[in-house]
Design a protein around this ligand. Structure first.
Ligand code: SF4
Length: 358
C-alpha cells in the first residue's frame, strides 16, 4: 500500500433519503452541521499545514452519508472546493462513499470531471432478505450493477460490509465476502454492527428483537472474512468504526454506542487472532509435544504476533503449555514468519533421566 495522508471530511446524513435501522449518521460522524465550500477549504488547508511529510500521497475523502444522493449542486460545490487543491498540485485525488442505488453513468461522468478516484459502496450484505430486514432500500442487484459501472468508468472500487446485522449469520457474511470478491473491489471495509442511540435498531435491541454480537463473536466472524479477502489479495483498509468521542466505549460519558462489539483495538484483535491460528497450525504440524518455540518475524508484525495485551502468548501457554520467544527479523517478509522448536517434552524427559543417573 502506498503511504498516504487522508483528509477526512464528514458529510453527515445530508442527502440520505433512507433510514437503515443501524444508522444514525449524525452520531457516527460526530457532526450535525451541513458542510459547505468554506468548510472543505478550511479543513483541507488545516490538514495540509499539519502534515509533516511533503512527499506523501494526499487524498481528500468525503465520508459519512451517501455522497451522490446529496443535491447535485451541493455535491458539485464540495467537489469543486476539493478539486481546486488538485489543480494546485497540493492534493492528488478525491474519494467518496455512497449507496449502490445512487450510481449511474451520468453521476460517474460528473465525478470524473472533479477528479474523484475512488468510490466506496455501502453494500453491508449481499443477501436481499437481510438488506430488507435492515431497511437498506436497495438490493444486491444494485450493488452488482454499480460495481460494474464504477470499474468500467475507471474508478477504484471499494466495498463496505457489515457483520452482525439482524438475522445475519456467519454463513451469510461469508457468502457476502465471497460474492464481493467476485466483483473485484480493490479495497474493503468491515464494520461490526454497534447499537447506536436514536436508531431503529436501538428499539429492536430494547425489545429484545435484536441481540448484538459479543466482541469475541465479532472477532471470530471478522477473522474468517478477512482471511477470504487476504487470500484474494483485496486490501482490508478498515475493520471496525473509527473511534471518536461519540463512537467509544458505551460506559464513557457522551458515547453514542449503547451495545454491541465495541473494542478500541478491534482490528488488532482480528489480525492477531489470524496470526494465532496460523502459529497453532504450524505447532500442530510438528507432531511432537512442543515445550518452547522461537518465532522470527518482521518487526512490523511483532505486536500482532504477541497479541493485544499479550493474549496470544498467554493463550499458547494456557491451552498448549508452549513458551514462545519472539525475535524481530528485518529479513523476513511482512506477513510471514519462521518458527523453530527449541525444546520438546522428550528433551525434558532426557534431561530429567540424565539428572537421575548422575
Ligand atoms: S444509506 Fe448510509 S447514510 Fe443513509 S441511513 Fe443508510 S447507512 Fe445511513
Amino acid at each position: 500500500m502506498k503511504k498516504e495522508y487522508i483528509i477526512p471530511i464528514f458529510v453527515p446524513h445530508l442527502g440520505c433519503p433512507h433510514q437503515c435501522t443501524f444508522c444514525n449518521q449524525k452520531e457516527i460522524s460526530g457532526q450535525t452541521k451541513q458542510v459547505n465550500r468554506n468548510d472543505v477549504k478550511e479543513t483541507i488547508e488545516y490538514y495540509l499545514k499539519n502534515f509533516k511529510d511533503d512527499s506523501k500521497y494526499v487524498e481528500v475523502a468525503f465520508y459519512g452519508g451517501s455522497f451522490t444522493a446529496i443535491e447535485e449542486n451541493i455535491q458539485n460545490e464540495l467537489l469543486e472546493a476539493a478539486n481546486e487543491f488538485i489543480k494546485q498540485g497540493r492534493v492528488k485525488s478525491i474519494r467518496i462513499s455512497t449507496r449502490p442505488d445512487y450510481i449511474s453513468k451520468d453521476i460517474l461522468k460528473r465525478l470524473k470531471k472533479y477528479n474523484v478516484k475512488t468510490i466506496e459502496l455501502g453494500v453491508q450484505s449481499t443477501n436481499d432478505y437481510i438488506l430488507e430486514r435492515c431497511q437498506r432500500g436497495h438490493t444486491f442487484k444494485d450493488v452488482k450493477k454499480a460495481s460494474k459501472l464504477i470499474k468500467l468508468y475507471g474508478f477504484t472500487l471499494g466495498h463496505q460490509m457489515m457483520i452482525g446485522l439482524p438475522e445475519s449469520t456467519l454463513l451469510d457474511e461469508i457468502n457476502t465476502a465471497k460474492t464481493l470478491i467476485k466483483l473485484k473491489p480493490k479495497i474493503v471495509r468491515i464494520y461490526p454492527v454497534l447499537v447506536i442511540k436514536n436508531t431503529p435498531l436501538l428499539k429492536e435491541y430494547e425489545n429484545k428483537e435484536y441481540i448484538p454480537l459479543t466482541v469475541q463473536q465479532a472477532v471470530e466472524r471478522a477473522k474468517d472474512i478477512m482471511k477470504l479477502f487476504n487470500k484474494s489479495k483485496i486490501e482490508v483498509i478498515r475493520i471496525g468504526l473509527q473511534n471518536t468521542e461519540e463512537i467509544t466505549d458505551p460506559k464513557q460519558k457522551g458515547s453514542q454506542v449503547v451495545a454491541g462489539p465495541y473494542h478500541p483495538a478491534f482490528r488488532q484483535l482480528v489480525e492477531s487472532g489470524i496470526w494465532y491460528d496460523e502459529i497453532v497450525e504450524k505447532i500442530k504440524k510438528f507432531n511432537i509435544k512442543v515445550m518452547q518455540v522461537t518465532i522470527k518475524a518482521n518487526p512490523e508484525n511483532i505486536n500482532n504476533i504477541i497479541g493485544h495485551k499479550k493474549e496470544n502468548i498467554l493463550k499458547l501457554k494456557d491451552l498448549y503449555d508452549v513458551d514462545v520467544i519472539i525475535k524481530p527479523d528485518e529479513t523476513i517478509k511482512k506477513g510471514k514468519f519462521e518458527i523453530e522448536v527449541d525444546k520438546t517434552y522428550e528433551d525434558l524427559l532426557e534431561e530429567q533421566k540424565s539428572k537421575i543417573k548422575k
